[in-house]
Write a protein that binds this ligand. Structure first.
Ligand SMILES: [Zn+2]
Length: 108
């Protein structure tokens, strides 16, 4: 759990259809916020806030990278909510695998 406060919301998601503004993850409604790195308080490609049910996506990525990043942050959310114990390298591999399957089969 992280005690830091989330950054101020500068702009909400939904720039392209594939990045929704809200997403239900295990019954929690997460707000997806696409913003510049400074506006999310760090230079990460994405940030997941379990406590505040927010996912930040760095706007300075191409569309595919944003979509893949969203998958990555969803995995972090599921991992946190279900206490699975995934580490960052496992999360990255799941992101790559899921993104490939979802996009190749037009499920995403
Ligand atoms: Zn991560």
């Amino acid at each position: 759990m992280n005690d830091r406060k989330p950054p101020k919301i500068i702009s909400q998601g939904g720039i392209k259809m594939k990045i929704p503004q809200k997403i239900n993850i295990l019954g929690r409604i997460y707000t997806i916020i696409c913003c510049d790195p400074d506006d999310q308080g760090n230079d990460n490609l994405g940030t997941h806030w379990l406590r505040y049910t927010k996912i930040y996506i760095n706007n300075q990525q191409d569309q595919q990278a944003k979509e893949s990043c969203l998958i990555h942050e969803i995995i972090h959310a599921i991992n946190g909510l279900l206490d699975i114990g995934l580490k960052e390298p496992q999360t990255r591999r799941l992101e790559a695998g899921l993104y490939q399957v979802l996009t190749e089969n037009k499920l995403f």
